[in-house]
Design a protein around this ligand. Structure first.
Ligand code: ZN
Length: 382
């Protein structure tokens, strides 16, 4: 059964290690120290463990409980990096108060790392050898480019995975994806006093922005998903022009399009291309380019998939009530696993303050999560 003091102690130590993603914050400590800590804990538990260094000091940690053969394999997964700590008081305190443990990453998602390790320890303690392999996976870089998850799916095959992003112990079956696009309009630089020569890229961008605004207002009605809600779009960055008294030759924006399951990359690309084409027809000399910077697919798994049914059954007996099925509005590594053919379900602890100034995780829910992971692994791997 779950060793509660091991779980809480491990969680506290994890939170006290800075693992801010260096891709997001230039002074971020990265995952090296937290990865080494997890590596040594797995070794102490007698679990086979491998490190895969993807960039200097940034490695995935993968624990393996090999099966005796003939069963289904399962991966329990969490990411080791966190977002930055600006605005937080004492971000690495690991302070415990009224059943809550505070600090950056406590909820997203070191509570989950502790729960996975506790589930692994429970399996070790009972001496049980599953038929299928059980993989305990801790990846780098989920908060930025997901190099960890992408490298992982190239390295290993597994029948299913449980991604332990926070869900309040509900079962998450779907999440939104996103695309980031860079759009540039072109004008012609000229002295501000020579209006017959100059073409203003910034006002041309204004025309494009007006079209994007129309599209974003249409999205909530047009693209909806029962678990994830509405699709959305916004323009987080804009920059144009060089100086006062010069016509702007170039204006650039970044568009962030949040997609719901069912929306495809080709469809979103062509929505944006159509806007440009429409303006090219309407406005003489209008010229703009479109470049895709990032694409992350939305994710959805069938309620009747085996990993979902088995997880839901364990949640029901552990909590004494049927679990709720939910969706997330943000993107997660489950999408990469899903695209690699690994059926993935998402369940994690209770808490609050994801990417906010005060972050905490509910300690009891971390222990319950460990219990759920332990029992689901027993059932699933056979
Ligand atoms: Zn997360």
């Amino acid at each position: 059964m779950i060793d509660q003091s091991f779980t809480v102690d491990t969680l506290q130590k994890l939170v006290r290690i800075n693992s801010v993603n260096p891709g997001l914050e230039s002074d971020g400590a990265g995952e090296e120290e937290v990865g080494r800590y997890i590596f040594s804990l797995l070794e102490e538990l007698g679990i086979e463990v491998e490190l895969d260094e993807l960039l200097p000091g940034r490695f995935n940690v993968t624990g393996m409980l090999p099966g005796s053969g003939g069963g289904r394999s399962l991966m329990l997964n969490a990411h080791m990096d966190t977002v930055g700590v600006a605005g937080m008081n004492d971000p690495f305190s690991g302070r415990i108060e009224n059943g809550k443990l505070y600090g950056r990453g406590s909820y997203d998602m070191k509570g989950s790392i502790a729960a996975i390790l506790a589930a692994g320890k429970a399996i070790r303690d009972t001496g049980w050898v599953p038929k299928g392999d059980l993989i305990l996976s801790f990846v780098v870089d989920e908060e930025h480019k997901s190099i960890g998850a992408q490298a992982l799916v190239k390295k290993l095959k597994t029948d299913a995975s449980i991604v332990t992003e926070p869900t309040g112990l509900d079962i998450c079956l779907a999440h939104r994806g996103f695309g980031v696009y860079k759009l540039t309009t072109y004008g012609k630089t000229a002295h501000g006093g020579r209006h017959r020569q100059g073409i203003d890229a910034n006002t041309r961008m204004g025309l494009l922005l007006a079209e994007l605004d129309k599209l974003s207002k249409k999205l909530p009605e047009w693209k909806k998903h029962p678990l994830c809600g509405e699709a959305s779009m916004h323009v987080p960055l804009i920059s144009g022009g060089r100086s006062l008294f010069i016509y702007s030759g170039e204006c650039t924006i970044h568009v962030e399009r949040r997609t719901v399951p069912g929306e495809t990359e080709t469809e979103i690309d062509s929505n944006l291309h159509e806007i440009i084409q429409k303006l090219e027809k309407k406005v003489p000399g209008f010229r703009a380019t479109l470049e895709k910077v990032i694409w992350r697919s939305p994710y959805e798994i069938d309620q009747h998939a085996r990993i979902v049914k088995e997880t839901a059954a364990v949640v029901a007996t552990t909590l004494g009530s049927k679990p709720a099925f939910i969706g997330h509005t943000w993107w997660e590594d489950s999408s990469i696993f899903g695209e690699a053919g690994i059926e993935s379900v998402i369940i994690g602890p209770k808490g609050d303050g994801i990417h906010e100034d005060v972050e905490w995780v509910d300690i009891d829910s971390v222990i319950t999560l460990a219990e759920i992971l332990y029992r689901t692994s027993l059932n699933f791997c056979g």
